[in-house]
Design a binder for this molecule. Structure first.
Ligand code: GLU
Length: 508
């Protein structure tokens, strides 16, 4: 590593929701920056006005906030290299495009959309590049006089890079090692559009240079653009400052065939976006990990493990642990299959590891939504009992609603076939026993009394446990039954036994 301060950037285009692959890109940039005490920059690449979606920038900011990946510099936070929104930097780019034209590495192209469309229709595999550029309307094929006239007349034009016909170029990718390209395979990409806005290719190079970016992690889908960027760095005379690139492998569908898409999520029933994204145009809501009930720490941990490990079997890492352990050498070259069951496992593990007080606000909100008011202390006790069984904080209601309201239904099929009058008598005696017991009776003591009573009545305690659970819970689930009874309290438990006995003894 050189002694230059590490500066990385996440450079999203605000065109919609944030795919989990996008968050992983942020994460790897962030981890690398923080590992080397560097800066993490958020730059909004909004030069393509046609694809701009209102609200997408705020959404991206919210996602980063939720994940705890806070940029040191951004449109919101500002910074030494502001502005951080490319649309606000429009005036900067033309100078560089013109410089490239002067040097002969780029040229003006006056072709109209109609002309280009006709070419695409009529010429198989048409590319605006070395094969055809001489026969099109540009400053390479026209005379200087013609070009000057067109420019003076304000004729709409773009500036294109002149890709060399036969050059072999290469760079060293931090993940892939040596990557090489034949320049003739790429078309002459537009650098500056007719509206004066730069395209992504020009803007990304100029801004990475001006913002002193030293390393750039981005998705593998940007690899085909690398030759254009490499040449721009070279032509603009900045090659020595070019960031070190790392093209991250794709996140694959669960079956390993192709990139995980938002449609896969819809088809297989899991989120693919970081947070819910609502598309105003189509009215479509794409679900997010946040709303599904993932903890940010689990989401981040799961993403880090999609393509990285620390060289041991360890799987659980908090963000500070990741910063500590992260190393680019341990990022895989090949794509990582997304496994939703594993994602849920991460969440369940992190729920276990998270302090009750931290889970409390989400749980209180959930209770509110279900019209339940309860004492904080009580909720905390319930959480302590059920937390290890939750895949999601949002499943709290499903797993624990019986602590807040009596069961509405009982799993009678699990009780009735083996129900007897003797069992009814047992529970009636148990009510008496509970009534006489100390209000602060503990679970172990209650269990001892329950078992002693069963023995006295000549019934196997094991046969009474399930009915007792169903009386309290409604179904065959939940933590240790005496823990539930203690938490419901003596009166609550007695009430439930009474009510359930009616149901268990009713004719049908
Ligand atoms: N604006 C590009 C995107 O939307 C950034 C690609 C890059 O990081 O170079 O992902």
């Amino acid at each position: 590593m050189s002694d230059k301060k590490v500066r990385v950037r996440f450079a999203p285009s605000p065109t919609g929701g944030l795919h989990l692959g996008g968050v992983r890109t942020v994460l790897f940039n962030y981890l690398f920056a923080k590992k080397y005490k560097g800066d993490f920059v958020l730059r909004i690449e909004d030069t393509d006005q046609g694809r701009y979606v209102a609200g997408a920038e705020d959404y991206i900011m919210d996602c980063l906030k939720w994940c705890g990946l806070i940029p040191d510099e951004s449109p919101a936070a500002g910074g030494h290299f502001a502005p951080y929104r490319q649309s606000e930097r429009k005036a900067i780019y033309r100078e560089y495009a013109e410089r490239l034209v002067m040097q002969g590495h780029a040229y003006y192209a006056f072709d109209t959309t109609e002309e280009l469309e006709r070419n695409r229709r009529e010429i198989p595999n048409f590319q605006y590049g070395h094969a055809y550029r001489d026969s099109l309307r540009n400053s390479l094929s026209l005379t200087q006089h013609q070009v000057d006239q067109l420019l003076d007349a304000g004729e709409p034009h773009v500036i294109r890079i002149k890709m060399p016909e036969n050059e072999h170029i290469h760079f060293t990718d931090m993940i892939r090692g040596n990557v090489s390209f034949e320049t003739g395979q790429s078309d002459d990409k537009v650098l500056l559009k007719a509206d004066g806005m730069p395209t992504y290719h020009l803007a990304v190079v100029v801004d990475d240079y001006l913002m002193k970016i030293t390393h750039a992690f981005r998705g593998e889908e940007w690899l085909p653009s690398a030759p254009v960027h490499l040449l721009l760095w070279e032509y603009l005379g900045w090659k020595a400052n070019m960031p070190q690139w790392a093209h991250l492998p794709l996140i694959l569908k669960p079956d390993g065939h192709g990139k995980l898409s938002k449609r896969d999520g819809a088809r297989l029933g899991f989120p693919v976006y970081a947070m819910n994204w609502f598309d105003e145009k189509t009215g479509e809501l794409t679900p997010g990990f946040r709303e599904k009930g993932f903890l940010p720490v689990a989401f981040i941990n799961m993403l880090a493990m999609l393509g990285w490990n620390d060289g041991t079997d360890r799987e659980l890492f908090s963000l500070p642990d990741l910063i500590d352990k992260f190393s680019i050498e341990r990022v895989n070259k090949s794509g990582a299959k997304f496994d939703y069951e594993k994602a849920k496992w991460f969440n369940a593990e992190w729920i276990k590891l998270t302090a009750i007080d931290k889970l409390l606000p989400d749980v209180e909100e959930l209770l509110n939504e279900n019209g339940v008011q309860a004492e904080k202390e009580y909720i905390k006790q319930v959480l302590a009992l059920v937390k290890d069984r939750l895949n999601f904080v949002t499943s709290f209601w499903k797993e624990a609603s019986y602590f807040f309201e009596q069961p509405k239904e009982y799993d009678l099929d699990a009780v009735k076939p083996k129900w007897t009058d003797a069992k009814t008598e047992f529970f009636q005696s148990f009510i008496v026993m509970l009534n006489d017991s100390d209000p602060s009776i503990e679970a172990a003591e209650m269990e001892t009394q329950f078992k002693a009573l069963a023995e006295e009545k000549g019934i196997k305690a094991g046969e009474l446990m399930l009915p007792f659970r169903i009386m309290l819970v409604g179904g065959k689930f939940g933590p240790h039954v005496f823990d539930i009874a203690v938490l419901l309290g003596k009166d609550g438990t007695i009430k439930r036994i009474h009510k359930a006995l009616e149901a268990f003894n009713s004719p049908s």
